[in-house]
Design a protein around this ligand. Structure first.
Ligand code: PLP
Length: 454
């Protein structure tokens, strides 16, 4: 790392999230300078096709001038005001109205936060708040799933079902439980159909509820497609069966659409893709095409009535962030949602999805590929040591990490989740860019094949 380079200054001063802090000291960062469409450029001018839309979020790509304009306009009009103690401003009101109208379930009201993690922390608190209103204060437990990703703040990290987010942090907190991960390829028994697997998981969920006592369970939270856990699409009939169990015991269903929302699965929300009718939904990321940090929790009438009732009893609703509904973030999000409609982004996603899925699934026959899975413009390729037995590579071999590094060499940014490689490009990606993305990945995979054979 040279003298006064940005990389050297980074290493001297900056703590990176989700980074091996020890190896980073020698390596330094990849410094990204600008973006254009689905590409980003480093400080040497090299282009990378952003196959992950950043972190599953920059749906309109990296250079949308309309969003820049929306931010500037709002900065000039009112750069900040808060929404505590009954204050309001136009951008947050219009955004709440718009979001509510878009929801695929009977939505009542919208609460704003700044990140997916904050939205899901809010979900935990709202579930508790509403259960107090119902006169069922013992209903404190929230059921999440192994391999779920719901964020990293203390409650959200507890909902997350990945060891790395718990180990060292004394998590999960009390009252957070994890049920089975619905990954058919990894967890189904030999010969078990998707439907039979889904039934077994729903039975296992019901057994957990009965074991714990239904009167102690407030809510169940799920991503329709589990993103950071490996892009795990649910087995057929899974949500239908899970919802039957939840409604039998009066348990709230929280739908975390932080990745899946706003067209990613080729419907505006994945609730439509999988027939989910939640009591509340978390959204973030593509809500603003990631141009400003903003997230939202959208609740149904039953939940909002509970919140009002509890507030009537105790006074002030004791939750909220300085930047809840921040006017600049709200203005950018509102413009984002308008652009989705004006440009028929959903229509575009539906047009290019078959090509994306065909190219993705084209890797299924590769000797190193165990499973290819995906929906809409979301997908993953799982690399295995033995295709027949599904045996994974030894974790310390770092095959996923190596594949991500080789992809970068070939001008492609993807994400490794153990040995699964995730694809989640900006929704504006064209058919030609989809080809370029998978052509670059094919070169990386050839490199890995040669490396593994050595
Ligand atoms: N929920 C899901 C499904 C996510 O994928 C993420 C982030 O990737 C989060 C929540 C947390 O969002 P944030 O990183 O904005 O806190």
């Amino acid at each position: 790392l040279q003298g006064n380079s940005l990389a050297a200054r980074d290493v001297a001063s900056f703590i990176h999230p989700y980074t091996n802090l020890a190896t980073h000291l020698d390596k330094g960062p990849l410094v990204i300078e600008r973006g254009q469409g689905v590409f980003v450029y480093d400080d040497t001018g090299r282009d990378y096709l952003e196959g992950m839309a950043g972190l599953w979020c920059a749906s309109l790509g990296f250079s949308e001038p309309e969003l820049v304009e929306a931010a500037i306009r709002q900065m000039r009009a009112l750069p900040f005001y808060h929404t505590f103690t009954g204050k309001g401003h136009e951008p947050s009101i219009l955004l709440a109205e718009k979001l509510k109208a878009m929801m695929p379930f009977p939505a009542s009201k919208v609460f704003f936060a700044n990140s997916g993690s904050e939205a899901n922390d809010t979900q935990v608190k709202l579930a508790w708040y509403v259960m107090n209103a119902r006169g069922e204060p013992r209903r404190k437990k929230i059921i999440s799933r192994n391999k779920a990703y719901h964020g990293v703040t203390v409650a959200a990290a507890s909902l997350t079902g990945l060891p790395n987010n718990h180990r060292d942090f004394d998590l999960p907190i009390a009252n957070i439980l994890h049920t089975d991960c619905p990954h058919h390829y990894r967890f189904a028994e030999a010969g078990e159909t998707e439907e039979a697997f889904a039934s077994r998981l729903a039975d296992s969920l019901e057994a957990m509820i009965l074991r714990e006592g239904p009167e102690t369970i407030a809510a169940f939270i799920a991503e329709p497609v589990m993103g950071a856990g490996g892009v795990l699409t649910p087995p057929a009939t899974y949500f239908e069966k899970v919802q039957k169990v939840l409604s039998k015991y009066g348990i709230l269903l929280i739908d975390d659409e932080v990745i899946c929302g706003f067209g990613r699965t080729a419907n505006m929300f994945a609730a439509e893709t999988y027939g989910i009718t939640p009591n509340s939904m978390s959204v973030a990321k593509a809500l603003s095409s990631a141009y400003m940090p903003i997230s939202a929790v959208v609740v149904d009438q039953q939940m909002f009535d509970g919140m009002v009732e509890e507030s009537r009893k105790i006074g002030t609703f004791g939750h909220g962030y300085t930047y809840s509904g921040h006017p600049v973030a709200a203005a950018v999000a509102l413009r984002t949602l308008e652009l989705y409609e004006e440009r028929n982004i959903l229509g575009h996603v539906r047009d290019v999805t078959p090509h994306f899925q065909k190219r993705l699934r084209g890797f299924a026959d590769h000797p190193l590929v165990g499973e290819v899975r995906g929906v809409g413009l979301l997908g993953a390729i799982e690399l295995v040591a033995d295709k027949k037995s599904k045996r994974s590579f030894a974790p310390d071999k770092g095959v996923g990490t190596a594949a991500v590094a080789r992809a970068l060499d070939h001008g492609l940014i993807v994400r490794g989740i153990a040995d699964s490689i995730a694809f989640c490009p900006p929704l504006i990606i064209t058919q030609a860019e989809i080809d370029l993305m998978f052509d670059r990945f094919a070169m990386a995979l050839s490199d890995i094949e040669a490396w593994v054979a050595k």
